[in-house]
Ligand binder design. Structure first.
Ligand SMILES: *[C@@H]1O[C@H](CO)[C@@H](O)[C@H](O)[C@H]1NC(C)=O
Length: 245
């Protein structure tokens, strides 16, 4: 019985996945047409429904969910009206003690606004740059310069919502841990001062999905346990970065 009871859910999830793929294909077609249009007026004629200018942050399009919360990014791939307008925007919902783990946006500076609660936000720029961090509370904002490695921790015991504007319609995101540990294990081991390839493999296979569950001092304060976290964002292994047998 249990098996049959799950069928509608599995089917529902599959249909949703199919719908998202076809939406993505439609959006890609629109962007291809927008690229050929010489002016913004011509682009308006391609995006001919008023609905083409509306993005629903509650619909689950552009959403990534994990143990530490969820984030939804409107970018040119899921909201073609952004094309040639030079910006994107994310809404993040962080669980208590949730953390947006260190990452960069290769093509955009980020201006982040805290809707409620309190976060700790830090960034580090290129070689030689000093570390910058702030406690950012409700109604305050902070900036992460383009290319900087940055993070936010919800240091409170309540969920936090933030709004992040990015000055490129395709800002991109590189999660530092996933990217670095996606390099050849012996290269990573040597970079870390010869820690050993086995240790690198252990570290690489432990990296949780973003948003992660954050720092111990918050978990202790809020009396929370780290718990299980999904691990689907790790770098796939191919010949060049394979784990040793
Ligand atoms: C993200 O999480 C918040 C808080 O739990 C929830 O209200 C919202 O619906 C979620 N967003 C999406 C798109 O799933």
């Amino acid at each position: 019985m249990k098996f049959f009871a799950t069928i509608p859910f599995v089917l529902g999830a599959a249909l949703q996945a199919v719908a998202q793929v076809s939406d993505a294909a439609k959006a890609a077609e629109l962007v291809a047409d927008l690229k050929k249009a010489p002016t913004q007026v011509a682009r308006l004629n391609i995006l001919k429904n008023n609905r083409d200018w509306l993005f629903d942050y509650n619909a689950g399009v552009g959403t990534v969910r994990s143990a530490g919360g969820n984030s939804t990014l409107a970018n040119v791939a899921n909201f073609p009206a952004l094309f040639a307008n030079g910006m994107a925007m994310a809404i993040g919902h962080m669980a208590p003690c949730g953390m947006n783990s260190p990452h960069t946006h290769p093509r955009a500076t980020e201006l982040l606004y805290v809707v409620n609660g309190e976060i700790e936000a830090g960034f580090i720029e290129e070689n030689g740059a000093r570390f910058v961090s702030n406690t950012v509370t409700q109604g305050q904002g902070t900036i992460f310069p383009k290319g900087s490695i940055h993070y936010q921790v919800n240091t409170g015991c309540e969920p936090v919502t933030f709004v992040a504007a990015l000055n490129d319609e395709d800002p991109g995101a590189s999660l530092i841990a996933q990217r670095f540990f996606g390099l050849p294990p012996d290269v990573v081991a040597a970079t870390l001062g010869d820690v050993g390839v086995k240790e690198v493999v252990n570290l690489a296979t432990g990296i949780p999905d973003n948003f992660v569950i954050g720092v111990d001092r918050c978990l202790q304060k809020c009396n929370l346990k780290r718990g299980q976290q999904s691990k689907n964002q790790q770098q796939p292994r191919v010949d060049g970065n394979a784990f040793p047998n």
